[in-house]
Design a protein around this ligand. Structure first.
Ligand SMILES: [Zn+2]
Length: 709
């Protein structure tokens, strides 16, 4: 829909005040402010213009504040319905406007939308503060919460009450005077430090860390690696040379393939000293300061540690439970990593090397093992993985499990010609959701793959509002008339995002904030990773993986190799990941506010857990962006936590059959439909009959202790 860009740029020529006034005078002309009169009340993308957003946000925020004021001004004593439930129902117009705006700023953006997002984001933050720091409103919420045992609420209502109250408390509503002021100061400083940490890192990562000007120094590097290194060098003004940066996609291939041990060491040392060069970009003091501020904030709010503060909202609930899981996996991973190390050391010897394996040798020698044991070229797999067949396979899996059907609709407006819309129907034909897919990469889209909602699911006044869900990926678009072919990873990604989509589409909650994928971070990847299991299952893969020209199914030998390769180098991968998880947990279970020396702190952690010198934390403190520049403090463990769930959860299907109706129904009712209406461990136990065990994951990663090389 190039029309959108044309309209947007025309609008840019009109003085801003003029267009705003014009729109404000006739709010009914703004399609974002009216009910969407389209099939399934889908956003009328063909009528929305960039200049509609600002007045729509103004209007929608004002409307929510008025709704909140009405709750506060109610003369009736506060109760669940007139306070908690009504608060939950406020801001529906804001959700509608945000739903369209933030989906498009990710999937189909332009400079104007980006500029607008910069303006809107701080305003939304202030808007949230205006609600969560409204003292009269909190007084009502608190009164209902105090009476919670006498209210005879359903478990879902209880959950909404708990979460609402907790949201206020975590936002500092219970603090008074100086403590409240200090709380806001800490949040502001943390937010600045975290931005600074990320910016420092980006600068260091994008700079060339190894510049090569002699062809000989490229020994061992494949053509494609040389080509992109040449492009990197040229882009930074070094025509005719080869440059490697500290971005993972740049340094990893060098460490995998370079025959020059001295240069591998140089690049490896540069990477592991990111943010640790005593220059302007040094992150050590920032990390130490952030850890100390987090201790102070937790103390202010009455939590034992920062990790307690974070984990209370997660499935794990407490630091003890995280340590318990990670410690168990750690032991198994370390045994395996040591066996892998010994095998690599043997290889060094065998090749006549007279040195002890160092961290910068690991990628190089493990690549040789991989090639010898599991060698297959991605190019031999791709012809079997045609995008439309993979998509159909995902639809078929949902059909066989739950009777869900997908009917294409071309009468629904879309925001780009590559987007396809489907009416998703339940086994009885009832409408479940509107589902968009947007698969091809383009300049207006950010990288990665994700699922999102344009509209959440909820129930109100006897009506079931069904959701609008999108899956966005970045697959290369084929030339006209050519099939779109995927790598195995891309096919898995399709199933992964489809799993998130099902979690959103099958939602069956009363309240939007507890419905669909609005679940804790260490639980949200469970449904998506579950679906990946079907993508690779020997019962499923050969049914859709057929050669796009000959129609031949993928050879079994290739399938076996693909499956086996999953276990390759898992001792290393699991160890470096778990070490970083433990580093994260140790930083955030501190109780004392005095700033630490990050390097000494790290060394003590390595010592405590018995990390072997050939492996480093996947992220060292000065470049651990997940926990110091992103939202993962005390949360880096959640990737493996979700994996424990999906490995153990899929066992239920393995035991009874991949398409067993009863297991499928239980998974649907207890997980996919349930959202956050109950605590996640409760839901999991209802599905599986017990808490998850780690054995299926150990087996999948080839980490059982008895399993030796
Ligand atoms: Zn995911």
């Amino acid at each position: 829909m190039t029309k959108m860009f044309i309209l947007a740029s025309m609008m840019a020529m009109i003085p801003m005040t003029m267009s705003v006034t014009a729109l404000a005078d006739s709010a009914s002309d703004n399609p974002l402010l009216a009910e969407f009169d389209t099939p399934f009340n889908a956003p009328p993308f063909d009528r929305i213009e960039t200049d509609h957003y600002r007045p729509a946000f103004d209007n929608a925020m004002a409307k929510q504040l008025a709704e909140v004021t009405a709750i506060v001004e109610n003369n009736e004593p506060p109760d669940f319905a007139n306070t908690i439930e009504r608060l939950e129902r406020t801001g529906q117009m804001l959700s509608r406007v945000s739903g369209v705006f933030f989906n498009l700023t990710s999937a189909h953006t332009n400079d104007e939308l980006q500029a607008l997002a910069k303006e809107i984001n701080p305003r939304l933050a202030k808007h949230r503060d205006d609600i969560y720091l409204n003292e009269e409103l909190f007084a009502r919420v608190k009164a209902v919460y105090a009476a919670r045992d006498r209210l005879d609420l359903t478990p879902e209502q209880q959950k909404l009450l708990d979460e609402t109250y907790r949201g206020f408390v975590r936002g500092g509503a219970n603090l008074e005077g100086e403590k409240r002021a200090r709380f806001r100061e800490i949040n502001e400083e943390l937010s600045l430090l975290s931005t600074q940490f990320g910016e420092n890192l980006l600068k260091e990562m994008n700079a060339i860390a190894l510049l090569i000007d002699e062809q000989d120094d490229l020994a061992g590097l494949p053509e494609s690696v040389r080509d992109s290194a040449a492009a990197t060098a040229a882009a930074q003004g070094h025509e005719g040379k080869w440059g490697f940066t500290l971005q993972r996609t740049s340094w990893t291939p060098f460490l995998q393939f370079s025959k020059r041990r001295d240069l591998r060491e140089k690049l490896y040392r540069a990477y592991t000293n990111l943010g640790n060069n005593n220059n302007e970009q040094d992150n050590k003091a920032l990390a130490a300061r952030m850890a100390a501020l987090r201790v102070e904030r937790a103390e202010l709010l009455g939590y034992e540690t920062h990790a307690h503060y974070v984990l209370e909202e997660n499935m794990a609930e407490t630091p003890d439970r995280v340590y318990e899981l990670v410690d168990k996996l750690w032991k198994a991973a370390l045994v395996r990593a040591k066996a892998e190390r010994d095998a690599l050391q043997a290889m060094v010897k065998q090749e006549g090397g007279d040195f002890q394996l160092a961290p910068w040798d690991w990628w190089y020698y493990s690549e040789k093992v991989r090639k010898a044991k599991y060698d297959f070229d991605e190019q031999t797999v791709k012809p079997y993985l045609e995008l439309d067949r993979v998509l159909q396979a995902a639809f078929d899996v949902a059909g066989k499990l739950w009777g869900v059907q997908f009917a294409p609709r071309d009468d629904v407006p879309v925001y780009h010609p590559d987007v396809r819309a489907f009416d998703v129907k339940d086994n009885d034909g009832a409408h479940l959701a509107l589902f968009y897919i947007d698969f091809f990469t383009r300049e207006s889209k950010r990288g990665g793959a994700w699922m999102n909602n344009y509209r959440e699911q909820w129930q109100e006044g006897g009506r079931d509002i069904r959701p609008i869900v999108v899956n966005v990926c970045n697959y290369s678009k084929p030339a006209e008339g050519e099939p779109a072919l995927l790598s195995l990873d891309e096919a898995k990604t399709l199933f992964h995002e489809f799993g998130h989509a099902l979690h959103g589409m099958l939602a069956k909650g009363t309240y939007a904030s507890l419905s669909g994928t609005n679940v804790p971070r260490d639980f949200v990847e469970f449904p998506s990773q579950m679906l990946e299991n079907w993508a690779l299952a020997p019962e499923v893969l050969p049914t859709y993986a057929r050669h796009h020209e000959t129609g031949e199914p993928i050879p079994q030998e290739l399938v076996d190799k693909l499956q086996e390769a999953n276990k390759f180098n898992q001792g290393f991968a699991t160890t470096e990941y778990l070490a970083a998880s433990l580093l994260d947990m140790d930083w955030h279970t501190l109780k004392d506010k005095s700033p630490k020396d990050p390097l000494a702190f790290e060394a003590a952690v390595a010592e405590r857990i018995g990390l072997i010198p050939e492996i480093t934390f996947r992220y060292r403190t000065p470049y651990f962006a997940h926990i110091f520049a992103g939202g993962y403090s005390s949360g880096y463990y959640s990737y493996v936590w979700s994996e424990v769930l999906d490995a153990d959860g899929f066992q239920a299907f393995k035991e009874k059959g991949l398409f067993d109706k009863a297991v499928a129904r239980s998974f649907r009712e207890n997980i996919l439909e349930a959202g956050a209406t109950q605590p996640p461990m409760e839901l999991y136990k209802r599905f599986r009959g017990a808490e998850p065990g780690i054995e299926p994951l150990l087996e999948r990663r080839g980490l059982q202790v008895q399993d030796s090389e």
